[in-house]
Design a protein around this ligand. Structure first.
Ligand code: GDP
Length: 298
């Protein structure tokens, strides 16, 4: 996965070095922790998160169960793996469905984060994995062509698209779409909302109004993994203003800085639920912290 390539390479080099030692001294561990800290900082992981992570890993590595072992290197690798998974959220979380359909999912995020793409990808995922009948609502009336884009990609994944063009009020569209979804007996309604280039009061205010109109069961924040710590700051601002239940981490196939994926859970307390890994509509999967950690460490 693109965003983790550089980090992966460095962590693997460090751990392979550690694994090569028959016995480990305190200095060996200290050196390894220094390298891990640097690798994480270069991946643009939040400074405090890095500090906590390396402290935890170091303390566990210095424990008697590691230093006294015949194969301490192996143990260190295991600890880093476990802590990396814990950092990304530990157990994999899923979205919950309403006992009284339609389940309403609200998609939020900045413009360009990959929100409209993720809306269609999630619709496809729910159809394939849960056999759900899915409708999507086009409430991003500001970005030029966002409605047309959703009509196109929604159609490609076989979702019903509810849209009223770009002149209608997004809160009204959302309310109307929910009525339609009920009439049409849909299992799930995914509401695509407007993004802005930056977090601002107008954006948050509109989201709060749409939230009140459709009472979503789940609010997902789409976050661009390629924007590093900026992405985490954006998530913090959304958490404060509208709150959300989980993150869709998009563009994990990108070429830099996996830091957002590694710090967003620790900083906001919200788990990453889905990973988007390319422009194609099937490049989307449930996010499993343990599998991701294993992928990073090779
Ligand atoms: P929105 O403004 O948040 O609705 O963003 P879009 O869904 O239109 O996505 C913005 C751009 O990012 C588009 O060119 C998408 O094709 C692209 N994109 C979205 N998700 C991914 C992803 O996971 N990987 C890559 N490489 N590109 C993506």
């Amino acid at each position: 996965l693109g965003v983790f390539d550089a980090l992966s390479e460095k962590l693997q080099a460090t751990l392979s070095d550690v694994r090569g030692h028959g016995t480990l001294t305190e200095d060996d561990i200290k050196k390894a922790m220094r390298e891990i800290r640097l690798a994480l900082l270069e991946a643009d992981v939040n400074f405090k998160v890095v500090k906590e992570f390396t402290t935890t890993v170091r303390e566990r590595c210095m424990g008697a169960d590691v230093m006294g072992q015949l194969n301490p290197g192996q143990q260190v690798v295991k600890i880093v793996n476990e802590e990396l998974a814990a950092l990304m959220g530990g157990a994999s979380a899923g979205i919950s469905f309403s006992p009284r359909p339609p389940t309403v999912i609200l998609m939020a995020g900045l413009q360009g984060s990959g929100k409209t793409t993720a809306t269609a990808k999630l619709a496809r995922h729910l159809k394939e994995e849960h056999n759900s009948s899915v409708a999507v609502a086009a409430c991003d009336v500001y970005r030029p062509a966002a409605v047309d884009q959703l009509v196109k990609v929604g159609g490609q994944v076989g979702a019903t698209v509810y849209e009223q063009g770009t002149d209608a009020n997004p809160v009204d569209i959302a309310r109307w779409a929910l009525d339609r979804a009920k009439q049409d007996g849909k299992d799930v309604l995914i509401v695509d909302t407007a993004g802005r280039l930056h977090v601002d009061a107008t954006l948050m205010d509109e989201l709060v109004q749409i939230r009140a109109a459709v009472k979503p069961h789940t609010i997902l924040l789409v976050v661009d993994a390629m924007t590093g710590q900026d992405a985490v700051n954006v998530a913090e601002q959304f958490a404060e203003a509208v709150n959300f239940d989980g993150v869709v981490m998009s563009k994990l196939d990108g070429d830099a800085r996996g830091g957002a994926a590694l710090s967003v859970k620790a900083v906001t307390g919200k788990p990453i639920l889905f990973a988007s890994t390319g422009e194609k509509l099937d490049q989307f999967e449930r996010f499993h912290p343990d599998r991701m950690s294993q992928r990073i460490l090779g």
